[in-house]
Design a protein around this ligand. Structure first.
Ligand code: CU
Length: 150
C-alpha cells in the first residue's frame, strides 16, 4: 500500500479523494498561471492532524511565481494576505507571529514541493476557513475553502 503513494503526481491525483481524506492529507498543485488545482479542502473530523502537501508544476522561480498555502478563518484571509506583503520572501510572505494564521507552508517555485502538518484542534466544525497563497497579488486567483467534514 505504501508504494502506491510513491507513484507519479498524475496517478496520485487520479486516486480517489476519499483515499486522501482517509489519510488526513491533501495534495494541491500550483502553476505558473497562478492557480491551485483544488478549490476545497474538507478535513475529516476523525483526523487529529492534517497535512497539506503543496507542489508547483510550473517552471518559474519562487521570487517571480512563488506559491504557498496559508490557512486562516475566512474572515481573516484578506487582512492576513495584506499584512503578508511586507513580510517578504524571507518570511515566506507571512507576517512573523501572526496569530490569525492557523498553518502555512514555505513559498516554493517551479518543480519544488513542500508540506505543512497542523493540529485539527485549531479548527472548529461549522466555521468557515480559507486556504490561499500569500505571495503578493495571488490571493485573488489562488484561494479555496477549508472545512471540517462529517
Ligand atoms: Cu502564489
Amino acid at each position: 500500500m505504501k508504494m502506491k503513494y510513491l507513484m507519479t503526481p498524475v496517478l496520485l491525483t487520479l486516486m480517489s479523494m476519499q483515499a486522501m481524506a482517509d489519510d488526513c492529507s491533501v495534495t494541491i498543485d500550483s502553476t505558473d498561471t497562478m492557480k491551485f488545482d483544488k478549490s476545497e479542502i474538507v478535513i475529516d473530523k476523525s483526523c487529529k492532524e492534517f497535512t497539506v502537501n503543496l507542489t508547483h508544476s510550473g517552471k518559474l522561480a519562487k521570487n517571480i511565481m512563488g506559491h504557498n498555502v496559508v490557512i486562516t478563518k475566512a474572515a481573516d484571509a484578506r487582512a492576513v494576505a495584506s499584512d503578508a506583503i511586507g513580510a517578504g520572501l524571507e518570511n515566506q510572505y507571512v507576517k512573523p507571529g501572526d496569530e490569525r494564521v492557523i498553518a502555512f507552508t514555505d513559498i516554493i517555485g517551479g518543480g519544488e514541493k513542500t508540506s505543512v502538518t497542523f493540529s485539527v484542534d485549531k479548527l472548529t466544525a461549522g466555521e468557515d476557513y480559507t486556504f490561499f497563497c500569500s505571495f503578493p497579488g495571488h490571493i485573488s486567483l489562488m484561494q479555496g475553502s477549508v472545512s471540517i467534514g462529517s
